[in-house]
Ligand binder design. Structure first.
Ligand SMILES: O=C(O)CCC(=O)C(=O)O
Ligand SMILES: [Mn+2]
Length: 198
């Protein structure tokens, strides 16, 4: 799953923001994303103001993050299919727990994985992840496919296929976002955002 737990470099970007370069294996993760999307398709969600997000999203795990005219929240049933979200693959969970632990956050217990799909031009505006109950648990954010510029607090982190960012503790409620993704040799950038939501 992971390239090599102990060989991978751990870079502390800011207090509570840790970068693990090439920690995740896209060859294992991308087919699992396809399998999830065959059950819970990617969709473009609406934000409360009425606009559509430029990223396409789906989820797996006990809870999925939802945005619609009523606001932001977690739901255990996918509103598109009216079925529970697909289970979180064990490979996802192992990756997220391992990355958190390597970054200094032992005991991470994710119940939700939001999957963001960025076509070229898609972006994510600056925001805080604040729809979760327990801010003691970190966020584990996995980048796959096309590169991206991830901004968090006052740092800009160029991310490549397989890179993982963990933010927690003093950085758990740091503002972060993604600049518009630039076209390249792959069709998309994917992001897996693991959280303890409930
Ligand atoms: O795509 C990313 O790297 C960040 C995604 C994110 O912050 C989110 O979904 O809340
Ligand atoms: Mn976020």
């Amino acid at each position: 799953m992971m390239v090599d737990l102990f060989a991978s470099r751990v870079e502390t970007i800011r207090d509570g923001v840790v970068l693990l370069r090439a920690f995740a294996d896209p060859r294992i993760l991308l087919p699992l994303i396809d399998a999830i999307a065959s059950v819970a398709p990617f969709r473009s969600m609406t934000v409360p103001g009425g606009k559509s997000m430029s990223v396409a999203t789906t989820s797996c795990g006990e809870r999925g993050w939802i945005s619609d005219a009523r606001g932001y929240r977690y739901e255990s049933v996918d509103p598109l299919t009216q079925r529970p979200w697909p289970a979180m693959p064990v490979e996802f969970r192992t990756l997220a727990v391992g990355a958190a632990s390597r970054a200094g956050f032992a005991g991470f217990d994710p119940d939700s994985c939001l999957i963001n799909r960025y076509a070229p031009g898609a972006r994510m505006g600056a925001h805080v992840d604040k729809d979760e109950r327990d801010f003691d648990q970190p966020i584990v954010s996995v980048s796959l496919g096309l590169p991206a510029r991830f901004k968090i607090a006052d740092a800009v982190i160029p991310l490549s296929d397989g890179d993982v960012v963990v933010f927690g503790g003093p950085a758990r409620t740091a503002k972060h976002g993604v600049s518009p993704v630039v076209a390249g040799p792959l069709p998309y950038r994917f992001n897996l955002t693991f959280r303890r939501a409930g």
